[in-house]
Write a protein of this length. Structure first.
Length: 685
């Protein structure tokens, strides 16, 4: 059975037509069962998990049990996969009672581990290789459950003796949970030398925990040159009992009345902000030290002096583009490529270091873009107005996606980059296949303009992600790519209060199972995507229109609208506020670069505000990504800090930064990787 056929049958099962709907629903269900392929059983598992029709669920469950009793191996495999994906108690209990398990040994080890069948797991996977292989190929939510269970039960031998990923895996790719388990595993195995090497490459916050975990007596680095460093950082770490939360430094404002800022982007793969004024000059500015240049570029004409200018400016680590010839949107893409669009809908695409040879221009939109997005890996970017224009930066292919009959208001890519989702002013949401540009689904999910979209990676391979959309009529959850609606009553009543209440911004919760809403009542809330339960909330004084993930720290930033905005930095996991800032007038846009060293905002009065957040980002940055500027910022802080604990922390940071910057680590004697069993961690990223 083709994938499109399975998708159509799934839609018939979950969304039967009014005429003969029940008969067609049961017929579609029977066809999926008779197909008896792993992909069809995955669809049936999704139906069993998401359907609101109790009778349908009971019928499907009876059929499933009958197939298992007949010895249908595919039905068994499908049920075990459903247990791994959804962790449904009823299905898990049935599998345990019937002694069911996957045939593949790697999946079986994962199944035994997640269902806590420890004797069976140890008998099958005594060296933990099968669990390591299954973890490598599992989806992010399953990997998270494995990590959480390992931490809760203390069963980390599978990590200390084997791989959580086939490597090498760079230090930059490790998240908070992975670091916690890795440090625990190496500490339990008393592998102090390797922990010490990790401390010199890991983020400073992890290095601080590692140094505090290393034994105070009975061990020291083998290299004599490192022993003085070890004694110093150990003494600092013992005094510094908590990480400091420094207040970001406000830089001089850029007022468009003077500098005429039109559009800007960080040279890292992130959009900074987009403005819409008409000027004819392009400029780059190093925001950390204020240096930069500008050149006149009427209608974005290329020239030798411009090419040389951009080539020289590319050496800077942080830049913005300002006063760009009638530009309304600009984004940097991997490989130094730039995609810019002016107020009249004309796009320019070029390589910054070879502008003359690579400049291409074409008009796809009728005017300035009304929405933009980029994929998580940076390969794809999209802009939209009356149509959606999607660029594949790797292949250099542009696709124009037609299917909206009203201006597009928002865009978002699925976490794995497979789908692009767009919403428009008429309340329609459209799903596009990224690889081909094919329109997969189009539904009127809302009665008014779609305000925001966000996708959650909550599904098993081959099934569906979850889309959250918001408009004046409330929230809507749908399964991608078919836009099949989920339970409408799973959220607190206040999300459906009418025109006085509206969700203005959405963001993913970070665990694949929750999402964040910001609304006109000034509330920021975390909601569980499966149960609809509210996990936590925090309150602003006025409506909140901005939600911005802060990189490397598992934080989010929210900002309220109005004349005196308040920026709150808070932990995604529990909503605990760690820092608050006063904004300069009503903020309309907010952005941060990939490294988090700068926070840039624009007010409704065309004022550009820049905060230096180097010290805020530094504890989460791997040492391989730090620069001489970071060391200078820490040294400047040490000149002013008096509190003993805070001073000890920054002294600890300065010691490791200075050590790395002067290459005191003898790289020929240092391991290129740290093995946690077969789990290779690349120290040089």
């Amino acid at each position: 059975m083709k994938a499109a056929t399975r998708l159509r049958l799934r839609e018939l099962v979950l969304k039967p037509a009014a005429l003969l709907g029940s008969l067609r629903q049961l017929d579609a269900l029977d066809k999926l069962v008779l197909d008896n392929t792993p992909a069809s059983w995955a669809v049936l598992a999704d139906v069993l998990h998401t359907s609101q029709d109790t009778q349908l669920q009971q019928r499907l469950w009876r059929q499933w049990q009958q197939e298992i009793q007949r010895g249908n191996r595919n039905a068994v495999e499908g049920l075990c996969q459903a247990v791994l994906t959804y962790a449904t108690p009823t299905l898990t209990r049935y599998c345990l009672e019937q002694g069911l398990y996957p045939q593949d040994e790697a999946l079986r080890a994962l199944f035994y581990f997640l269902t806590e069948q420890w004797e069976a797991y140890e008998a099958l996977d005594f060296d933990h290789r099968r669990l390591q292989e299954a973890y490598l190929h599992a989806e992010a939510p399953i990997q998270q459950r494995v990590m959480e269970l390992a931490r809760r039960t203390g069963r980390i031998a599978w990590l200390s003796q084997g791989a959580v990923a086939r490597g090498p895996l760079t230090v930059q790719q490790l998240g908070t949970r992975e670091w916690e388990v890795i440090v625990s595993a190496l500490s339990a195995a008393e592998r102090w030398d390797e922990l010490w090497w990790l401390a010199q490459s890991a983020p400073l916050s992890v290095g601080w925990r590692i140094v505090r975990a290393l034994p105070a007596r009975g061990w020291q680095p083998r290299q004599e040159a490192e022993q003085a460093l070890w004694r110093g950082v150990r003494s600092y770490a013992e005094v510094a009992e908590a990480l400091p939360i420094p207040v970001p430094r406000r830089m001089p404002a850029l007022d468009t009345a003077e500098s005429e800022v039109v559009a800007a982007a960080f040279d890292q793969p992130q959009i900074a902000w987009s403005l819409s004024k008409v000027r004819d000059e392009i400029a780059m500015r190093h925001l950390l030290d204020g240096t930069g240049w500008s050149y006149t570029l009427p209608a974005f004409t290329s020239g030798r002096e411009v090419s040389a200018y951009i080539e020289e400016a590319m050496d800077e680590s942080w830049m913005t583009i300002e006063r760009t010839s009638t530009l309304a949107h600009i984004v940097w893409l991997p490989g130094g490529r730039v995609w810019a669009t002016n107020m009249f809908g004309k796009s320019y695409y070029f390589e910054a270091q070879r502008l003359e040879e690579t400049l291409k221009a074409k008009r796809w939109l009728r005017g300035a873009p009304t929405a933009n997005a980029r994929s998580m890996d940076g390969r794809y970017a999209a802009i939209a107005q009356d149509v959606v224009v999607m660029l594949d930066a790797q292949e250099g292919v542009v696709r124009v996606l037609k299917g909206h009959y009203a201006p597009v208001t928002c865009l978002t890519f699925a976490p794995d980059g497979a789908w692009l989702v767009s919403g428009d002013q008429a309340g329609y949401v459209t799903v596009w296949e990224v690889g081909t540009g094919k329109l997969l689904a189009r539904e009127a999910l809302h009665a008014g303009p779609v305000r925001a979209l966000v996708t959650l990676d909550t599904s098993a391979p081959g099934t569906a992600d979850t889309l959250v959309s918001s408009a004046s009529d409330g929230l809507r959850l749908s399964r991608l790519p078919a836009l099949q609606g989920m339970r409408p009553d799973q959220y607190p009543q206040e999300t459906r209060q009418g025109p006085a209440y509206e969700v203005l911004a959405l963001a993913a919760g970070g665990d694949g199972r929750s999402f964040i809403t910001a609304d006109t009542w000034g509330m920021v809330r975390a909601l569980d995507a499966e149960s609809g339960e509210e996990r936590w909330r925090l309150q602003h004084e006025r409506a909140v229109s901005i939600l911005l993930p802060y990189p490397w720290r598992d934080w989010m930033i929210s900002a309220n609208v109005g004349p005196h905005p308040r920026l709150k930095f808070w932990q995604v996991q529990d909503g605990q506020v760690v820092l608050e800032l006063d904004g300069p007038g009503a903020l309309t846009q907010l952005s941060t670069g990939w490294h988090g060293r700068l926070l840039v905002g624009r007010t409704q009065y065309d004022q550009i505000v820049v905060w230096g957040t180097t010290l805020l980002a530094l504890p989460g940055l791997p040492l391989a990504l730090t620069t001489a500027h970071d060391l200078d910022a820490v040294q400047a802080t040490l000149d002013t800090v008096k509190a003993p604990q805070e001073r000890a922390w920054w002294s600890f940071a300065a010691a490791l930064l200075r050590w790395r910057r002067r290459f005191a680590i003898e790289l020929e004697k240092a391991p290129a990787t740290i093995q946690v069993g077969e789990f290779d961690i690349e120290l040089e990223g």
